[in-house]
Design a protein around this ligand. Structure first.
Ligand SMILES: *[C@@H]1O[C@H](CO)[C@@H](O)[C@H](O)[C@H]1NC(C)=O
Ligand SMILES: *[C@@H]1O[C@H](CO)[C@@H](O)[C@H](O)[C@H]1NC(C)=O
Ligand SMILES: *[C@@H]1O[C@H](CO)[C@@H](O)[C@H](O)[C@H]1NC(C)=O
Ligand SMILES: *[C@@H]1O[C@H](CO)[C@@H](O)[C@H](O)[C@H]1NC(C)=O
Ligand SMILES: [Zn+2]
Length: 489
């Protein structure tokens, strides 16, 4: 096989920041722990060749910001391909100047309908949105409005019983010992518990359910343009406040054949909220998406993955199926960590090392997988369009929105267009997606011990040699060390 010169394997000395965490996504330790970071930070500089790439020439000239903290760990990764127009790795960091944003390829007329959503209603006119009729941006909406009061009533009328758990408090697992100990809550954040009604992976091997969270943002059009170029479709977990700020971008996602789903109004940890506040967060996000696109999503992703059986019950009552990202053990979540490049809490090389670990783990799973990525910051979009997506395409995965990866048509993703035949409403007991025992399911998590014991499922996976051969045979290896590039092989 002839390899493109853009094929990379790099061993990069990282600033010793891998254990630092951005506050936004760091509150819950297990979820945010970068898969490779614990191994990397335990390694001494002379044993950095965790993936077989030697660290010859590893400089002691680590980025000055980091050199104060003992010896730097190293992250390494390999890619089958990258984008010829990629932003260079050295320019994807917290200090990167803001790039010029690109305009949307297409804007759409009111009344238009997307081809992939059969019997969709016409697109609303976004200029008819009255901003003052929505709650303040980025705050949990008040619960005494007529809208929220109506949604509370609908939840009460749904017949779904909501467990009477106390809310958790800020501070994650260490601050919530009783809730952590109460396994009947099935609290994902502290132990990875999931239920069969959660979508945690795609059933078919080598299928990637592509997702981007926290947008739409000024950088979303750049991502959309790359996805269009490659004929890729994604699921977007939309923050209601961003949808109100960027309605034309949300319309472009929807009309472009991407799946739109709910990611709350203000991005809180849902288990910390009251039932009424959770209803307000989800209800307003459903409403803004419907007001902008004409349709109401029936899937949601909890910010930080923070879900328990109380939040699940409210989601069920509101017609929303939770979609997580694949998690095979407390330390191996399929989280690229891309969110944290913007703040400097992680580096692009760590993110690509995480990506390589994700693919390694995916290659030995029986099912497909779902990965956490974001379209809020330019750094995340740069790493997605420049590196992660080109690499995934070279791996020849089937890449599709979550609704398609669970083998349902796009029309099943919205309450107005779902005919309930292949995707019965979750409250009716439908929407189970995976057999029990699949990675990330409640059963698999229970087998893994739920907390503390990360060895069982992870070591079973790493002990299989299947995944590693591809990289060893086909990669041209380049070492990018402290900014200089040297060919090793
Ligand atoms: C729910 O739990 C709280 C305290 O944990 C208790 O005061 C309240 O009565 C319970 N409500 C119901 C309906 O059981
Ligand atoms: C799976 O991920 C873990 C880190 O999360 C990593 O240490 C391990 O090498 C990966 N397994 C494979 C087969 O790549
Ligand atoms: C599908 O189920 C929802 C929720 O129960 C209901 O509101 C809707 O009318 C149903 N759609 C059809 C086409 O039956
Ligand atoms: C973790 O689980 C594995 C496999 O079930 C078991 O062999 C091992 O003893 C457990 N380790 C701990 C610390 O519980
Ligand atoms: Zn998020």
């Amino acid at each position: 096989m002839r390899l493109s010169t853009s094929t990379l394997v790099s061993a990069v000395v990282l600033p010793a920041l891998v254990s630092a965490h951005d506050i936004h996504h760091a509150r819950f330790q297990p979820r945010q722990a970068a898969p490779a970071s614990s191994a990397a930070s335990a390694a001494t500089p002379s044993t950095v060749a965790a993936s077989g790439v030697t660290s010859a020439g590893a400089p002691s000239t680590v980025a000055s910001a980091a050199s104060s903290i003992s010896e730097p760990p190293t992250a390494s990764f390999s890619l089958l391909s990258s984008n010829a127009n990629a932003v260079p790795l050295s320019s994807i960091n917290a200090n990167a100047p803001s790039q010029a944003t690109v305009a949307l390829d297409t804007t759409y007329q009111a009344g238009a309908t997307p081809t992939v959503v059969s019997s969709a209603p016409g697109l609303p006119n976004p200029s008819s949105l009255v901003i003052s009729s929505y709650p303040p941006l980025d705050k949990t909406p008040p619960t005494d409005s007529p809208e929220v009061q109506q949604w509370i009533q609908e939840v009460a009328n749904s017949g779904v019983s909501i467990p009477n758990f106390s809310s958790t408090v800020a501070g994650g697992c260490p601050a919530n010992a009783a809730a952590v100990a109460d396994t009947s809550r099935c609290w994902w954040t502290c132990g990875g518990c999931t239920r069969d009604t959660d979508i945690v992976s795609c059933p078919d091997k080598n299928t990637w359910g592509l997702t981007y969270d926290d947008g739409p943002s000024p950088y979303t059009p750049t991502l959309l343009s790359y996805l269009d170029e490659q004929s890729l479709k994604s699921t977007f977990f939309v923050v209601g406040s961003r949808a109100l700020s960027y309605p034309a971008t949300l319309q472009a996602e929807y009309m472009g054949g991407h799946q739109i789903a709910v990611h709350t109004w203000s991005h809180p940890e849902l288990t910390t909220l009251s039932n009424e506040e959770i209803i307000a967060e989800l209800g307003w996000t459903k409403k803004i998406i419907k007001d902008v696109t004409g349709v109401t999503p029936n899937m949601m992703r909890p910010p930080y993955g923070d879900i328990d059986d109380r939040v699940r019950a409210i989601c069920t009552a509101m017609g929303l199926t939770p979609v997580m990202w694949t998690r095979i053990s407390p330390m191996a979540t399929f989280d690229t960590g891309d969110f944290d490049i913007h703040s400097g809490a992680t580096s692009v090389t760590q993110v690509l090392a995480n990506w390589e670990n994700i693919l390694g783990n995916a290659s030995v799973m029986d099912t497909g997988f779902i990965v956490l990525e974001h379209d809020l910051f330019q750094q995340s979009v740069d790493v997605a369009t420049g590196y992660i997506l080109p690499d995934a395409l070279a791996h020849k995965y089937t890449i599709e929105p979550v609704v398609n990866c669970v083998n349902k048509p796009m029309s099943d993703a919205y309450i107005e267009t779902n005919d309930n035949s292949t995707n019965p409403p979750i409250a009716s007991g439908g929407a189970a997606t995976l057999s029990s025992g699949a990675p990330g399911s409640a059963e698999a998590t229970a087998k893994a011990g739920g907390s503390g014991n990360s060895s069982s499922s992870a070591s079973a996976l790493v002990s299989s040699p299947k995944s590693l051969g591809l990289f060893a045979l086909t990669t041209v290896i380049v070492s990018l060390v402290g900014g200089s590039v040297a060919t090793l092989l």
